[in-house]
Design a protein around this ligand. Structure first.
Ligand code: 9UX
Length: 72
């Protein structure tokens, strides 16, 4: 029940944007690990699908003001 998803995150301009996105993901229930890279504009998230869904993870990102698109 542990899944990995990748999101494309639009609009991150600096490393503080990246930190914010990574922090909110990491703090979300069901997320085991989240890493966000500025260079690739991608987030990789390991999560428990019994607790949270990929679409909820997208919502979490979008609440920080960035657009997120599911890649895998
Ligand atoms: Mo600074 Mo990154 O406002 O948004 S945190 S560009």
């Amino acid at each position: 029940n542990i899944l990995l998803c990748r999101l494309h995150i639009k609009g991150m301009a600096c490393k503080y944007c990246t930190s914010t996105v990574q922090f909110v993901l990491q703090a979300s229930p069901g997320v085991q690990r989240a890493s966000v890279a500025l260079a690739t504009e991608e987030a990789e998230i390991r999560y428990d699908r019994r607790i949270v869904s990929a679409s909820q993870l997208i919502q979490v990102v979008e609440e920080t003001g960035f657009e997120a698109i599911l890649l895998t």
